[in-house]
Design a protein around this ligand. Structure first.
Ligand code: TPP
Ligand code: SF4
Length: 494
């Protein structure tokens, strides 16, 4: 006995202490004999040996694979079911020096996430995907997975999988190997120690290729799930050998260096992309002070109407004006399936501070281009907010609102100027006049960059002026006639 010394050690890539509910503290999340624990060890060892722990990010989706974040002392992101390759893409692209691992089960990757894995592979994202194939949905108690074998019983295929009804097992390694972009695709297995050593090599190789920036790497790992298979750990290993190997042959399915193609996307800033210069023309950053009543330079705006009314474009113009004035901005469009005449709205934030969320639930300003939008959104505007409604008067029976409402017959005005296309510009004029959020010169500068048609550009300028004039007129009427009956032209209440 003296000759042997038992040494227990743990990879430094694992957390010192694994967090579990107190009564389960003595065990990991994985069942005895589960392959996930083995795969974890192989990955941890490779990360430690490569010295990349500090820049590794694990993306764990849904399934037993999700538990990875309790064990790996690396960056961890949990993604929605099947979406790990998309999330991994975002992490890798925004931080190219990171080592990004998408760690997925077969239900996750080959069922709900089929689109994500295929497109990430096809784009050649420089990530590594470890695909733990146990031929079943483990976490949820044994439903059929796309990888379930023909004849294999599951809770959703109690008579065994039948190709005539459930189709055939999906061969993900073979499928991805048909694509041009992946640089390394291999299938390995955990059914005995010799094969675990081969899996170890494959895991390392995939990660090394990622470290060297070569391209998309994918390792499929045949892995036991004794609990759901209702077998002992030993029987599970045997079952892989006897049943799974013939359906999922092991081996390297793709290994190639990507061809050098000169199609690198130029790295440009958003400002450059939108042709917004850092030192915008002689446009003042803040508008000149004046007597507007909603004088705010920070604004949260909802612009709503039909598709085709320039709703989204108005939002873009506003956001771009904000950008030119050095604001933090966001533009969040939302539209239905129809291109024209369907409902459309967008949220715009103009702020002196970073925008926390582009979603505007309670706008300072609502620009309602039609009655439906007025009815739908006016109640969201708070007591100090303003609504601009595209008509000369409010709809009959429209209830009093907390917000101030201005009726700006923008379509009518634009029509008289020569085209209803300029409706949105009339509204922009009204907004600028009332809020003084941004200088009107900035609107002209943005329009010059956006509108190629000279005649339309002229109409747009005039539409902005007309919107401003319309608003001035109404405001003066309010001032002169404070307290008088004004509901025919506009209604206001606070
Ligand atoms: C959107 C969504 N659909 C379904 C589920 C239920 N669900 C949880 S895990 C899982 C299957 C996971 O199976 P697999 O990817 O094979 O992982 P394993 O547990 O076998 O490791 C499903 C369907 C969910 N959580 N979210
Ligand atoms: S259910 Fe299966 S995959 Fe999940 S931990 Fe248990 S053995 Fe592993």
């Amino acid at each position: 006995m003296d000759e042997y010394k038992v040494i227990e050690s743990k990879s430094p890539v694992f957390y010192e202490k694994y967090e579990r509910k107190s009564e389960l503290q003595h065990q990991t999340h994985y069942c005895p004999g589960c392959g996930h624990g083995v795969v974890h060890k192989l990955i941890a060892e490779a990360i430690a040996d490569m010295g990349v722990q500090d820049r590794t990010v694990f993306v764990s989706p849904v399934g037993c694979s999700v538990f990875a974040y309790y064990y790996f002392d690396t960056g961890n992101v949990q993604s929605a079911h099947g979406r790990a390759p998309a999330v991994a893409t975002a992490v890798k692209r925004s931080n190219p020096s990171s080592m990004v691992i998408s760690y997925q089960g077969d239900g996750d990757l080959a069922a709900i996430g089929t689109a994500e894995i295929i497109h990430a592979a096809n784009r050649g994202e420089k990530i590594t995907v470890f695909f733990v194939n146990n031929a079943i949905y483990g976490m949820t108690g044994g439903q059929m997975a796309p990888t379930t074998l023909v004849g294999q019983a599951s809770t959703t295929s109690p008579w065994g999988r039948r190709p005539s009804n459930e189709g055939y097992p999906l061969h993900m390694a073979e499928l991805l190997a048909t694509l041009n972009a992946p640089v390394y695709v291999e299938r390995v297995s955990l059914h005995d120690n010799k094969n675990i050593m081969k899996a170890r090599k494959a895991v390392r190789k995939a990660l090394e290729l990622q470290r060297d920036g070569v391209g998309f790497t994918f390792v499929e790992i045949l892995s036991p799930c004794p609990t759901i298979w209702k077998m002992t750990p030993q029987e599970s290993r045997k079952w892989i050998e006897e049943k799974m190997l013939s359906v999922f042959p092991l081996g390297v399915y793709r290994e190639h260096k990507p061809e050098a193609v000169n199609d690198a996307v130029p790295q440009v800033s958003v400002r450059e992309l939108l042709h917004v210069s850092d030192t915008p023309e002689e446009v003042p950053k803040e508008p000149a002070p004046c007597g507007g009543e909603l004088q705010r330079t920070d604004l949260r705006v909802n612009i709503a109407g039909f598709g085709g009314q320039g709703v989204l474009l108005l939002g873009q113009i506003l956001a771009e004006m904000g950008m030119r004035a050095g604001r933090e901005v966001s533009w969040l469009p939302s539209y239905g399936p129809e291109m024209r005449s369907g409902s459309a709205h967008c949220h715009v934030c103009l702020s002196h501070e970073r925008v926390g969320s582009p979603l505007v639930e309670h706008p300072d300003v609502l620009i309602a281009m039609n009655e439906i939008s007025l009815n739908k959104f006016a109640k969201q505007v708070g007591p100090h907010g303003t609504v601009f409604y595209n008509a000369s008067k409010l709809p009959a029976g429209f209830p009093p609102q907390e917000a101030m409402i201005y009726c700006v017959p923008a379509s009518e005005i634009a029509d008289k100027l020569g085209t209803t296309k300029a409706t949105n510009m009339v509204m922009l004029g009204a907004l600028l006049e009332l809020t003084h959020a941004l200088p009107k010169e900035s609107a002209a500068a943005v329009l010059r960059a956006k509108v190629r048609n000279k005649a339309l550009l002229e109409i747009d300028y005039r539409a902005i002026e007309a919107g401003m004039a319309c608003l001035r007129e109404q405001r003066d009427a309010v001032t002169a006639d404070a307290g008088a009956k004004t509901e025919d032209r506009f209604a206001h209440s606070r």
